[in-house]
Design a protein around this ligand. Sequence first.
Ligand SMILES: *[C@@H]1O[C@H](CO)[C@@H](O)[C@H](O)[C@H]1NC(C)=O
Ligand SMILES: *[C@@H]1O[C@H](CO)[C@@H](O)[C@H](O)[C@H]1NC(C)=O
Ligand SMILES: *[C@@H]1O[C@H](CO)[C@@H](O)[C@H](O)[C@H]1NC(C)=O
Ligand SMILES: *[C@@H]1O[C@H](CO)[C@@H](O)[C@H](O)[C@H]1NC(C)=O
Length: 340
Amino acid sequence: MEEKSTKGVWSLRRKLVVFIPVVLIVVGLALGLGLGLTIGRNDGDGDGDDDGNNPSPTITASPLPTPTGTLPWTPRVNDTWQIVLQSNILLPSESSTPTLTPNVSIYDIDLFENSKETIDTLHRLGKKVICYFSAGSYEPGRPDSAEFKEGDLGKVMDGWPDEKWLRLDNDNVRRIMRDRVELAGNKGCDGVDPDNIDGYQNDNGLSLTAQSSIDFVAYLSSITQPLNLTLGLKNAGDIITAVLPVVHFSVNEQCVEENECTTFHQFIDAGKPVFHIEYPDGAGKKLKSDVVTKFCGRTEDAQGIDSFSTVLKKMDLDGWIEYCDGTIEVTSMNQTERGN
Ligand SMILES: *[C@@H]1O[C@H](CO)[C@@H](O)[C@H](O)[C@H]1NC(C)=O
Ligand SMILES: *[C@@H]1O[C@H](CO)[C@@H](O)[C@H](O)[C@H]1NC(C)=O
Ligand SMILES: *[C@@H]1O[C@H](CO)[C@@H](O)[C@H](O)[C@H]1NC(C)=O
Ligand SMILES: *[C@@H]1O[C@H](CO)[C@@H](O)[C@H](O)[C@H]1NC(C)=O
């Protein structure tokens, strides 16, 4: 099946709102200088965007009840990981134990793009597999995209002209997400990483609130738990207190950049890992040691990042990765251009 190129940059959609005016000004000033602009960074002046993420949570809602039953596997604090979402990872098939780089415990990979065979092979190599899908946005070009109805969709996501926010309480949306979760179960994923559940922080056109997201995470828990899938919370710092009993790990983007790692440290305090991604300028080549020091939270003003599982990545989440000890690895990935 042809699928669309997995979207490049995840929470960047929130950043573009801030960044585009900056680009226009910079382009205006730099006109004719041939200045190479790279996408994606604001200058670290700490946010200023509309994501509603503040170091102190603002949402007061009672914590959800803890699900009954235990899962065969939940990730642990300090577990090592890699995340590759740009396309499917490649494992040479001629050997039953092909070489896989990096040799970390957990791979977070795209649910649709990767086959059951790939996941089986990762398991043979002793890895656990977390399967990524968008739970709160409509993406064209996914195998099930035609099942969404016009009334399910809200506003176009800032910076993502092809994607639209979804009504999180809608029966059809929830049925499609149930099918995605079942696909994850059938492919043998150990957990899921449902993205874009934080529509309330954005201009979504659907009047989504923090409570909509809390209810939706409760729904996701009710369908993942019976399938033995561990459940992650992507970003959404201000609903952590409410949903922490039903989620098993955090996938966080840029808490150092946004100065909100203490918010996500609630996971560590609860004995649950934070899979933490930063996107430093210049990622893709070995980063300068002061950059690694900054994004790995080793500067004096860094707070809350201790015991996070930090990785330094390019915004397109391809196979390149640098760890906080300076190790660089590249996971083989399908480079085939996909039609959109
Ligand atoms: C979930 O795991 C338990 C063992 O931990 C097993 O007994 C049960 O059959 C599993 N359920 C599914 C749906 O795989
Ligand atoms: C990968 O890591 C595991 C667990 O630490 C270890 O047992 C295994 O030998 C490693 N494999 C390679 C190829 O280094
Ligand atoms: C995680 O690793 C850090 C750094 O090695 C260590 O200080 C911390 O105690 C570890 N946390 C857990 C819960 O193992
Ligand atoms: C690489 O991606 C293309 C386009 O999606 C797909 O047709 C092809 O099967 C993939 N190749 C491998 C080896 O996974």
